[in-house]
Design a protein around this ligand. Structure first.
Ligand code: ADP
Ligand code: AMP
Length: 215
């Protein structure tokens, strides 16, 4: 199954995508994680992406589409995947659709995790991330068992550079302008489902599994 996670930055896409990936044995593909891994390794792609990420802007479509298509062409994606943070623009969605169409395939489900802007800044300021395995925590809402350490792989957790309040506000406005139109795009295709992302993480997941199991 090919699932797309939609929602504002900080809505809980990554948190839920990881849980979906574990339950349904699908790879969790996050373009943000790919950029951050490149940044950590000091690659040219990482350096280029950082220029945009630090400003709260989107990385240009050409670059993003290329890394995404490379990733989903890998063997582990042949039975499906959960996309987290891609597509973020209509042109990105169109390229994905046309590439899948060439293979006689299509996206099965787009899940919009809805959280109002008021809740987002609080979520982002407390977010802590593991750059090794992509796990995400929140100092108040979803703390790790041991402070500052990833439960899954024991790496030290970090605060993302782009989770500063000013950058978060910019990312939210970019989301409304460039990404929110995707809700209409997938509604018209008849594959959009919306879940209430303000609930507790486990309750959001229960709603999501109900949606997936109904496909
Ligand atoms: P996204 O991938 O959409 O940017 P994340 O999954 O990283 O969002 O979640 C943003 C922050 O909110 C993280 O700190 C995460 O631990 C926390 N979070 C995720 N889901 C919930 C929830 N249902 N309730 C409270 N906090 C949550
Ligand atoms: P995320 O981890 O999904 O919050 O993404 C972090 C940042 O990476 C975003 O604010 C963008 O700068 C960049 N990014 C991630 N995915 C995309 C995408 N699909 N298109 C453009 N930029 C992206």
């Amino acid at each position: 199954m090919k699932i797309i996670m939609l929602g504002a930055p900080g809505a809980g896409k990554g948190t839920q995508a990881k849980m979906i990936a574990d339950k349904y044995s699908l790879p969790h593909v996050s373009t943000g994680d790919i950029f951050r891994a490149n940044l950590k390794e000091g690659t040219e792609l990482g350096k280029k992406a950082k220029e945009y990420m630090d400003k709260g802007a989107l990385v240009p479509d050409e670059l993003t589409v290329e890394i995404l298509l490379d990733r989903v062409a890998k063997d582990d994606c042949k039975n499906g995947y959960v996309l987290d943070g891609f597509p973020r623009t209509i042109p990105q969605a169109e390229v994905l659709d046309s590439e899948l169409k060439k293979l006689g395939d299509a996206v099965d489900l787009a899940i919009d995790v809805e959280v109002p802007d008021e809740n987002i800044v609080r979520r982002m300021s407390g977010r802590r991330a593991c750059l090794k395995c992509g796990a995400t925590y929140h100092v108040e809402y979803i703390p790790p068992k041991k402070e500052g350490i990833c439960d899954d792989c024991g790496e030290p957790l970090v605060q993302r550079d782009d989770d500063k309040e000013e950058t978060v506000k910019k990312r939210l406005s970019v989301y409304h302008e460039q990404t929110q139109p995707l809700i209409d795009y997938y509604t018209k295709k008849g594959i959009l489902k919306t879940v209430d992302g303000t609930k507790d993480m486990k309750d959001v997941f229960a709603d999501i599994t109900a949606v997936i199991d109904a496909v």
